[in-house]
Design a protein. Structure first.
Length: 264
């Protein structure tokens, strides 16, 4: 029997949408152009990417590489200048404001490096909030919030406000809130950036645990090399383009060599 043809980078990066039954996010030819007077800034330049259901993918790259813009497009916070982004086979660029709000509330959970939890609310109230926005009855929302806070290690901190919680505990509240509505996608923007080494490692382990248990797709923008070990794939962005996208087992995690390879 003839040997199968070797897969190219394009085989890993793209697949026909009709065959991508296990694909949660599909980006095709995505471009974002900002106009500043007569100058045009190309934040994304023809980004193609396929992100599978239940995988944990880390996006790396220097400042200005397009990571945040890509996050904003996938999260429905901005529309691309060209190209398409599909979430569960729906082209989100075609949704109106109300439909996008529904998508962001129920399909996407957000984790920020600065936590972004409401300072005057308790941990319990913060986690209940997105469920109440989604129309979940209060008793059901409260039970779900208690359950998920317990899972992230805050079973004895339900009634504490952010000022009574450490940075790591606040990020645990943010993670619980992100998973509250059982989303299809978690977008995590530098989730360990404001944490010390030990706490950062705990948060990384927690996110991977939740990823496995909930079967949710996690897309994580990070400069934290410890994220690479728990990632299923690693995407490197540069100058608004995807420069490299590789499975974890294809990357030799000698971090210095990985960085040098992507700088070459």
């Amino acid at each position: 029997m003839p040997e199968a043809a070797a897969k190219t980078k394009a085989d890993y990066w793209m697949a026909d949408l009709s065959q991508a039954v296990d694909c949660t996010v599909m980006a095709r030819g995505v471009e974002v152009v900002y106009e500043m007077g007569s100058e045009k800034i190309h934040a994304l330049q023809g980004v193609d990417a396929q992100i599978f259901t239940g995988e944990y993918i880390s996006i790396m790259g220097p400042s200005g590489s397009g990571k945040t813009t890509f996050f904003n497009v996938v999260g429905g916070l901005m529309k691309p200048s060209a190209g398409s982004v599909y979430i569960d086979e729906i082209d989100i660029a075609q949704l109106d404001a109300g439909e996008l709000a529904w998508l962001r509330c129920r399909k996407i959970g957000y984790i920020f490096q600065s936590y972004n939890i409401v300072k005057v609310m308790t941990a319990l109230e913060n986690v209940m909030l997105p469920m109440l926005f989604a129309g979940v009855p209060q008793d059901e929302a409260q039970n779900r919030a208690v359950e998920i806070l317990t899972r992230v290690g805050l079973g004895d901190r339900f009634l504490h406000t952010p000022k009574e919680l450490s940075g790591g505990q606040q990020q645990r509240v943010a993670i619980a809130r992100a998973f509250a509505n059982k989303p299809a996608i978690i977008l995590a923007d530098e989730p360990t950036a404001n944490l010390d080494l030990h706490t950062g490692e705990e948060i990384i382990a927690l996110m991977k645990e939740m990823n496995r248990e909930e079967g949710v797709t996690v897309i994580c923008s990070t400069h934290d090399h410890k994220m690479l070990d728990i990632s299923d794939r690693i995407m490197w962005m540069e100058d608004g383009r995807v420069k490299k996208l590789a499975r974890r087992d294809e990357v030799d995690i000698k971090i210095d060599e990985f960085e040098e390879e992507n700088k070459a």
